[in-house]
Each structure stands twice: as structure tokens, then as C-alpha cells.
Design a protein around this ligand. Structure first.
Ligand code: ATP
Length: 778
């Protein structure tokens, strides 16, 4: 079930207590979850206990094992990797006596709620504990280790689990806390290997984590590059060594200077025999004579700062866990919080644990088909997409089959419109390769509509996009110009001249507006009666039809990293308050989400319609925090068009005046830095998935037009609203939405959707920063 994330709706928790622990392997983002759990619980009046060293702290109890938290217990941890309360693998908790002691420690403190952040093992342990709870209480009472009154107060234990694991191996959630950060580390490594290999012709075997799950390896191949991927769930066919080497040789023959094989640590063959990196190296050296090096990333993948995505997802999941516990009026079944698409969901914990175990069991029994089916429908699709885009060339090249599915061939054009956004190149690359793989033609239009007017249109070949996945900006060139009355006739003429049968626009709000114009004018211009599709690509995330636009994750990572640097500079010198101005036009997405991920004190956005009186309260509260809590720094984010008159300078002056003697103030206008350097793994993967969805859209539309075209190869005109869409993630899934429907949903004057999903997170941001209008019950 999707959960409402509006913490303003939360009921009070006065009289309730909750304990939180992190268990199993650590992962980046656990601290963000912890912070959200502690602060939201305190805010709603619950008592919170941090359990140290996983289940060991619960078993040992005492001040060292279980510490009651205050607001400041979780200060200054959001940006740190690992877990601030320690984690462990605890043997004692596997024994009943250990669990008896753990139960006693909870009962003695009247704690009836437990949040466990860990992998499937830790969540299984939590579930076992819950099942035994009544029996444990009875035994403790019988042995007079607790009183009847104490037992009565804790008749039941409510448990919520959050999955903290870099492997992304848990069923029931699309992502686990730490996976995105681990992908950052892996992609940094792949990018580094790519640049060193450009100097020497070499092969690399890169080993990544994933004992039972190939997610990291598979996504690294999509986001970076890989000639071959070996994962646990889909062992290669016997004789794969020859096929792999043949492919590497073909690619080398076509001019590739680098070969990378990515191996999950748990990769196996069809008989469940491990395929090690050493073995892969030996195969390449023996069969191809390549100089081959192994890079084992190991714990590097768990290290470093949590990415913006992990901070946000962990924070949202942590808050959701508290909401579930607050809403419980009695006993609830053990619940897991997961993310599906962009929704935070609650799922029965045991179902997820059971499904995860079934995957592992199926693999142990060499029933790999079942394991793949249990991983979900996107699993095999990701593999297909990854294999196609990393082929040596289109179908018919090397070992690729030579015919496409339908036998038809289409010409679809692609252009970038608006400002450059990270992920544009990955999208173009994937689109070009997936289309040409199947025998279609992709026309690249340089510099948007301006380029089309100047006939800057070229057929894109497989190798034109070889180095595009990891590059920021737009290699195709982009332009903000949208079609207008003057240019429309020529645009129509050029579409016809170049034989364009479909058009994909990858761009920001200008791209969306261009599609609106083309779709609206279809009846006047037959040239526009072709399938039209938009993929949102802008740092601002203000395009209708999707919850996530390409480039905004990269921008968030850049902003959050800068805020981390600012935090450090304040810790090292004088006390400071930073006013950080983000991009986004009128849209407050970046300011809000960066504020949430960086632990800002507040975020000023246009949508909030804030007044001087709000600002005054915020300044007073900030001064209070410096005085009472002894904090070293404050961060305020503001979106660039949040107010005409309350400028960055004005805010700084107000703060400087009110904080005189307490702190100094500094304005940071991040500007184009936010477009980032290389695209984040999230943007690269999302771009590839959008591109694959776009290919399906065009194929479906073309086939439909062919069917209704009266045979003989004739294609009918596209007038149906379904043939002009935006593709995007909405809620749990990736969908295409007709432009016509989106017009209603759009605030054109302010260039953003009328309803923005993330607005419900504003209240959480205020709570976590102890902000205005949020009564503190603790
Ligand atoms: P990772 O994904 O990093 O391996 P994990 O949570 O799966 O994390 P485990 O070592 O499997 O890591 O489990 C962590 C701890 O959870 C164990 O050390 C143990 O204390 C507890 N635990 C796991 N399984 C059980 C169980 N069946 N009964 C009781 N406790 C358990």
C-alpha cells in the first residue's frame, strides 16, 4: 500500500516508545533513516531509544546498549556513511536466551515498537522475535525477570523493517538503502578504468558486490559500460567463454580499445559452480592474449558519503516507519517499508522475507528461471537492454541476429531542447543503439529546432555514441527555441523533407511546450501527424508527466556535496549561516529536496508563498538554535525565483542583522555548477530506461499506423491523443501520458505541474529542522 508522506497528518505518539537499530552490513544512508526516525518520533511525543551494535545492544541492554535519544543525538550524521549507532552480526540473538534478554530490555523500558534497519537476515531475526514475543514474555514472567504489570504494558511488539543493504537483494522494494551510493562508487571506478584504458589496450575484470543478487553488476553495465556481465541469477550458457572472447575480439576489431567484464561476487555457472574473477582473467589471457587486470572493489562500495538519492529515500522510509507505528492503534503485523517507482509503500515483512528466500532457494536448486521470475518483470528486460546497447553493433553485426521482430524499418528523429541536463547523452545513446539494433534509422537533429531549420540532421550510427553514456551536457547540442507561428511552416517542411516518421524530444519545459504546439497544430500540418514523444530532461524537475526528470538527480548530488563542503568550512572556522540558491525557476524541487538531503534549516520556495513574518520566525529560531544547541552552522536553501523581492542578498542581510555577534552570513549562488560534471548513475540508468520505453512507444505506434494504413506498406496519419505523449515515472511505474491530458495539469505561467508530488515532503523538511509552525510534542 502506498503511504501518505504528509507528516502533518500524523497522530500523536505521547506514551509510546520506540527502539531503533541497524544490523548486518552497514550501508550509506542508514544515518539519514536514523535521523528521520528519531526526530519525527520525538516531534510526535514518542520516546526513542537508539540500540547500539545491532541486536547485541538489545541483548546487552544497559546505557551502552540502549541509549535514549534527544534531538541532538542525531545531529551532524546525515552526510556520513555507515551507521552512527554501530552495527554487528550478533550470535546471541540467534539463541532463545539472547532473545529473552532482548525482550526483557525492551519491556523494562516499556518499549513496544521496534524499527530494524538491515538486510534480509536482520529482518528475518526481527520477524522471529515478533512471532515469539508472547512466549518470551510468559517465560520472563515465569522466571520473575519481569513483573505482570510490565508484561501487560508490552502485550505486543510492533515491528517495522527498513532494508539497508547495498546489494538491492530484497524482494518487495525496488531499491534498498545504500544501493545508489554503491553504484556511485562502482561507476566512478568504471569511468576511471575507461580513461586509463584509453591509453593502453587492455582488458579489465571488475568484481562488484552481490552474493545472491546481480543488480549492482547489471546496473553498472547499463550506467557505465561492460562487454560482458556475470551475475548469480542468470548463469551463462555452457561454452560462454568462447562467445565472450569472440565478442571482445569483434569489438576490438571495430576499434574499441577497452574491454570490461563485470563480475558479481556471487556469479555462478549453470551447475552453481562459482565463476571467479581469476577464472575470467585466465580465460581472456589464454584465449585472447590480452593484458588483463582484475579490480576488486570490495568494501569501497560500502564507503564514502551517501548519495542524495540514498539520503532522501532513507529519510522518507524512516519517516514512513514512524507513521506506521504512530497510526497503529493495536497490534500490527511486521511491516516492511519499501519504494516502488517513486512511491513509499508498506508491505507485509514476512512476504518479502519469504520471497527473498525463495529466490535464494531457487538459485541453490539451479532453478534459475524461477529465480529470474521472482526478481520481477524488469529483471530480464534490464538484461536485454544492457546486452543490446553493449553489443558490437546493430543486428547482423558479429553474432547478432540479422532481422528485427517485425521486419519493418522506421526513421525516427531525436533532438534535445532546453538547457543541457545530465543524462541526455545516455538517453540518446540508448535510443540510437536500441533502434539501430533492430534495423531502424535514427536521425540526430543538432541544436533542437534551430538545427532542424538549418537541416542539421544526420543519421546516427552505432559507434557515433560509443563514449556518450558517461558524459554530461548534450553532445547533440541543445537549444531553447520552441516552434512558433513564424517557424512552424518551415519545421513542417523539414520534417517531411527528412522523411521523419516519429520525433523524440529529450528536454526540459521548453521541450514539453514544443510538443504541445506540434500536437495542437496537427490538423493544419500533416507533417506533425506522426508519433511524438517527450522525455523530461532538466535539472529543475518541473516537466509535467513525470515525477523524475533526467538531470535532477545529478544536480541534487552536486548541491548536496556543496552543502557538505559548506558545513565543513563552518565547523572549521567561525559560525556561519549559508544561503544557498538553487536553480529551478519557479519550481522549488531542488531547493526542497537538497534541503532535505543536506539537512537544511529551511527551504524557501515560490510554491510556499512565504511572507516576511515566516522569515522572521525562521531567523529567530535559527538564532535560538545557535544559542541553545551550540550549533556551528546553518543552511538555508532558496529556489532562484522564490520571491521577487526577498532576494538572496536580502535574506543574507536579514540574517546578518539578527545574528549579529552569533554568526556570519554568506550567500552562495550555485548557478550552472548544478548541471554537474558526469551524470549520476541514477540519471544514466533512468535515461536508458526512458529510451527503452520510447523505443516500445514508437514501435507500438508505428505498427498501429501500419495496421490502419490499408496495407501495401502505407502508414496512416497519427491524430490519436495516445500518439503524442510524455514518458515518465508516475507513482509506482513508468507510463506514457498523452500531452493532451497533461495540458490540464500544467501551470504554464510558472512552468511547472499544478500538483507536485514532493510538496507533501515539505512538512517533513520542517519537522526535521524543527521549523516554524510545527509544534514539538517531545
Ligand atoms: P547483509 O545484507 O549485510 O548480510 P543481513 O541483515 O542479511 O545484512 P545477517 O548477518 O544475515 O545480515 O543478519 C544480521 C543479524 O541478524 C545476525 O547476526 C543475527 O543477529 C540476526 N539474525 C539473522 N537471522 C536471524 C534469525 N533467523 N533469527 C534470529 N536472528 C537472526
Amino acid at each position: 500500500t502506498a503511504l501518505s508522506e504528509d507528516v502533518d497528518m500524523a497522530v500523536d505518539g505521547v506514551g509510546k516508545s520506540v527502539a531503533v537499530l541497524t544490523s548486518g552490513g552497514d550501508s550509506q544512508g542508514m544515518n539519514s533513516a536514523l535521523r528521520a526516525i528519531v526526530r519525527l518520533s520525538l516531534h510526535r511525543g514518542m520516546r526513542v531509544y537508539a540500540v547500539h551494535e545491532g541486536y547485541q545492544g538489545l541483548v546487552d541492554g544497559g546505557e551502552k546498549g540502549m541509549e535514549e535519544c534527544s534531538w541532538n543525538s542525531v545531529s551532524n550524521i546525515l552526510h556520513k556513511g555507515g551507521t552512527a549507532i554501530g552495527t554487528a552480526r550478533c550470535r546471541d540473538f540467534r539463541e532463545r536466551e539472547g532473545r529473552l534478554r532482548a525482550a526483557s530490555n525492551l519491556v523494562k523500558r516499556s518499549i513496544g515498537n521496534l524499527v530494524v534497519i538491515g538486510g534480509d537476515g536482520s529482518l528475518t531475526g526481527a520477524s522471529v522475535f515478533k512471532e515469539e514475543w508472547m512466549g518470551l514474555l510468559a517465560e520472563l514472567q515465569q522466571e520473575q525477570r519481569i513483573t505482570a504489570e510490565e508484561a501487560a504494558k508490552c502485550r505486543f511488539l510492533n515491528i517495522v523493517g527498513l532494508v539497508g543493504s547495498i546489494d538491492n537483494d530484497m524482494c518487495g522494494t525496488d531499491m534498498t538503502i545504500g544501493t545508489d551510493s554503491a553504484l556511485h562508487r562502482i561507476i566512478e571506478a568504471v569511468d576511471c578504468l575507461t580513461s586509463t584504458a584509453a591509453s593502453h589496450q587492455r582488458s579489465f575484470v571488475l568484481e562488484v558486490m552481490g552474493r545472491h543478487c546481480g543488480y549492482l553488476a547489471q546496473m553498472a553495465a547499463i550506467a557505465g559500460r561492460a562487454d560482458w556481465v556475470l551475475i548469480p541469477e542468470k548463469p551463462p550458457e555452457p561454452g560462454w567463454e568462447d562467445v565472450m572472447c569472440q565478442k571482445m575480439q569483434t569489438c576490438c576489431g571495430l576499434g574499441e580499445r577497452l574491454s570490461i567484464v563485470i563480475v558479481s561476487e556471487g556469479a555462478v555457472d549453470k551447475e552453481n559452480k562459482p565463476i571467479t574473477s581469476q577464472y575470467v582473467k585466465k580465460v581472456i589471457e589464454t584465449k585472447l592474449g590480452h593484458d588483463t587486470r582484475i579490480t576488486v572493489l570490495g568494501h569501497v562500495q560500502r564507503g564514502g558519503k551517501p548519495s542524495a538519492y540514498d539520503r532522501l529515500i532513507a529519510c522518507r522510509m524512516g519517516a514512513a516507519a514512524v507513521l506506521v507505528l504512530l497510526q497503529a492503534t493495536g497490534e500490527i503485523p511486521p511491516t516492511m517499508i519499501g519504494v516502488q517507482g517513486n512511491y513509499i509503500c508498506r508491505i507485509p515483512l514476512m512476504e518479502c522475507v519469504e520471497a527473498t528466500r525463495n529466490v535464494n532457494r531457487a538459485m541453490q536448486e539451479c532453478n534459475f528461471k524461477r529465480a529470474q521470475a521472482l526478481r520481477g518483470s524488469s529483471f530480464l528486460r534490464n538484461i536485454t537492454v544492457s546486452r543490446r546497447i553493449s553489443s558490437c553493433g546493430p543486428r547482423g553485426c558479429g553474432s547478432n541476429p540479422s532481422l528485427n521482430e517485425s521486419g519493418n524499418s522506421y526513421r525516427v528523429a531525436i533532438m534535445n531542447v532546453g538547457s543541457p541536463a545530465a543524462g541526455m547523452n545516455s538517453t540518446v545513446r540508448a535510443f540510437v543503439r536500441l533502434m539501430t539494433y533492430s534495423g531502424h534509422t535514427v536521425l540526430g537533429i543538432e541544436e533542437g529546432f534551430e538545427g532542424l531549420l538549418l537541416d542539421r540532421v544526420r543519421e546516427m550510427e552505432w559507434h557515433d555514441v560509443s563514449e556518450w553514456a558517461s558524459a554530461g551536457g548534450s553532445f547533440l547540442g541543445t537549444n531553447r527555441t520552441s516552434p512558433n507561428e513564424e517557424t512552424l511552416p518551415t519545421i513542417a517542411e523539414k520534417v517531411t523533407k527528412h522523411g521523419i516518421q516519429g520525433l523524440l524530444i529529450v528536454g526540459g519545459f521548453d521541450g514539453f511546450e514544443s510538443l504541445v504546439t506540434l500536437q495542437k497544430r496537427r490538423s493544419e500540418y500533416p507533417a506533425f501527424q506522426i508519433p511524438l514523444l517527450g522525455i523530461a530532461a532538466t535539472v529543475s524537475n518541473n516537466v509535467p508527466g513525470t515525477d523524475c526528470s533526467l538531470g535532477s538527480d545529478t544536480a541534487l548530488n552536486t548541491i548536496v556535496s556543496m552543502c557538505d563542503v559548506l558545513r565543513q568550512s563552518a565547523n572549521a572556522s567561525r559560525k556561519r549561516v549559508f544561503v544557498v540558491q538553487t536553480m529551478g525557476g519557479y519550481c522549488g524541487y531542488l531547493a526542497t529536496m537538497a534541503g532535505l538531503a543536506a539537512g537544511a534549516d529551511t527551504a524557501y520556495i515560490f510554491e510556499d508563498n512565504f511572507t516576511i513574518s515566516d522569515m522572521h520566525k525562521d531567523v529567530a529560531r535559527l538564532v535560538g538554535k545557535f544559542k541553545a544547541d551550540g550549533i556551528q552552522r546553518g543552511i538555508i536553501t532558496r529556489s532562484e525565483r522564490c520571491s521577487v523581492n526577498f532576494t538572496s542578498e536580502f535574506m543574507c542581510q536579514l540574517l546578518a542583522e539578527e545574528g549579529r555577534g552569533m554568526f556570519v552570513t554568506e550567500s552562495n549562488i550555485l548557478g550552472h555548477l548544478q548541471q554537474g560534471d558526469k551524470p549520476s548513475p541514477y540519471d544514466r540508468i533512468l535515461g536508458t530506461k526512458y529510451a527503452a520505453h520510447a523505443v516500445d512507444f514508437f514501435m507500438e505506434q508505428m505498427e498501429k499506423l501500419l495496421r490502419t494504413g490499408g496495407g501495401g506498406g502505407g502508414i496512416s496519419r497519427a491524430m490519436d491523443p495516445q500518439s503524442a505523449c510524455m514518458v515518465g515515472i508516475r507513482g509506482t511505474s513508468m507510463v506514457t501520458t498523452p500531452i493532451q491530458d497533461l495540458i490540464e495539469e500544467t501551470d504554464f505561467a510558472h512552468r511547472m505541474p499544478k500538483q507536485q508530488w514532493w510538496m507533501s515532503l515539505r512538512a517533513l523538511l520542517h519537522v526535521l529542522a524543527r521549523d516554524r509552525n510545527h509544534v514539538f510534542l517531545g
